[in-house]
Design a protein around this ligand. Structure first.
Ligand code: NCD
Length: 383
């Protein structure tokens, strides 16, 4: 439905004779009417439904209602969390907040990014992140193209930068890139006109994962200043750990990292974290326990620990969770190695695990990032 022709006169609230329910009717010229019932006798409820639907259909109205913070994030790319300051992170989280309720509505379609072209360029396996970006882009009305890397010219000897230049000539608005080479998204961002989002570069960074984790935590705790968060497991190979350490510490949380010595990066003490090699000590007083996937694909040429031995020492189960605060929550970016780094039952326990909520927040964060970056790029092109 085209929001430009939608006027307030097209919306009607009414109650049928002898009916207890309020009805809302939207009627646009030459189109079938949409009717929705409040399902309740309370007028306020009907108003809320009408406003929700109205903001869904009318871009200007939606922004007027929900926008609270001034845009202080002016960048066109999201390639490293190190580029973000606290205010910019808070701005992105705030923008994502409005998409959480949008994503729970019956009709999850907006035209904010109608006519925009977004490419998903995944040179490493992904289900969660790739589909999350796809859902985010489509809900905002953009066209998203998934480039299957095995079908691309990369296999015919074309260099990665050649491929990017070729795609750039198709005038895309955003390139979402996952690639095993550290720093590659940044490099690409310097040679294309489109916005670039780093969806994971080797063991380096995964900014939208850390932002969605921060949003998940914010929804539970509001204030990061009093939080103690443990990040546990394969820290060395984890881009999720690195991005989370940077984002969560900038927001004011205190971070403990816990893992076997051989999986702690050499420069770990330069990061704003306290380092532990034992779960009992590291989990003490923690509000959140964030588990990491053992990155089997990056542990090549080295000895993989025995699953049972590793789980006994570092795998999170109900017993080890007792070392943390009484009501501590469990997080994991997925995909999980059940029974290796996390107990399967605990992972599925919705009273303790925020894992499914992380997935939901991922869509909201990615909608916000796409919307913000594209608007910022529009402003750069205008000026
Ligand atoms: C993470 C990734 O790919 O870096 N997963 C994800 O984005 N959902 C974590 C991981 O693979 O371990």
């Amino acid at each position: 439905m085209n929001s430009k022709i939608f006027k307030s006169g097209h919306i009607k609230l009414y109650k049928r004779e002898n009916s207890k329910f309020w009805q809302m009717k939207i009627k646009l010229p030459k189109q079938k009417a949409i009717r929705s019932s409040s399902g309740t006798t309370i007028l306020k409820e009907a108003e809320k439904i009408a406003l929700n639907n109205y903001s869904l259909l009318n871009k200007e109205n939606k922004i007027k209602i929900k926008k609270t913070l001034k845009n202080i994030f002016k960048k066109m790319h999201l390639v490293e969390t190190a580029d973000l300051n606290k205010k910019e992170i808070e701005f992105i989280l705030n923008e994502a907040q409005k998409f959480i309720s949008f994503n729970k509505m019956k009709i999850k379609k907006n035209n904010l990014l109608e006519g925009r072209t977004i490419f998903n360029l995944f040179f490493e396996d992904s289900t969660r992140t790739r589909t999350s970006f796809e859902v985010a882009a489509k809900r905002l009305g953009a066209d998203l193209i998934n480039v299957a890397v095995k079908d691309s010219s990369i296999n015919k000897g074309e260099t990665l930068l050649d491929t990017m230049t070729t795609i750039n000539s198709m005038n895309p608005d955003v390139l979402i890139i996952r690639h095993p080479d550290e720093g590659i998204s940044k490099k690409i961002s310097m040679s294309v006109d489109a916005c670039v989002i780093n969806a994971g570069d080797g063991s380096h960074e995964h900014p939208t994962q850390a932002l969605l984790d921060a949003l998940t935590i914010k929804n539970r705790f509001k204030n990061f200043n009093k939080l103690q968060i443990a990040i546990c497991g394969d820290i060395l190979h984890s881009r999720v750990a690195r991005s989370n350490i940077i984002i969560l510490s900038k927001l004011g949380a205190k971070i403990n990292v816990i893992g076997p010595k051989e999986w702690l990066p050499k420069n770990i003490r330069k990061l704003p974290v306290t380092v532990f090699t034992d779960m009992d000590k590291g989990l003490k007083n923690c509000d959140i326990v964030m588990m990491l996937r053992i990155q089997k694909e990056r542990i090549v040429g080295k000895i993989m620990p025995n699953q049972k031995t590793y789980f006994n020492k570092y795998g999170l189960d109900y017993n080890k969770l007792k070392y943390a605060k009484k009501k501590a929550f469990v997080m994991h970016p997925g995909p999980m190695n059940r029974g290796f780094e996390i107990d399967s039952k605990l992972a599925d326990d919705v009273t303790r695990s925020l894992i499914q909520e992380q997935v939901a927040m991922g869509v909201a964060i990615r909608m916000a990032c796409l919307d913000i970056l594209i608007k910022n790029r529009d402003n750069v092109i205008k000026s």
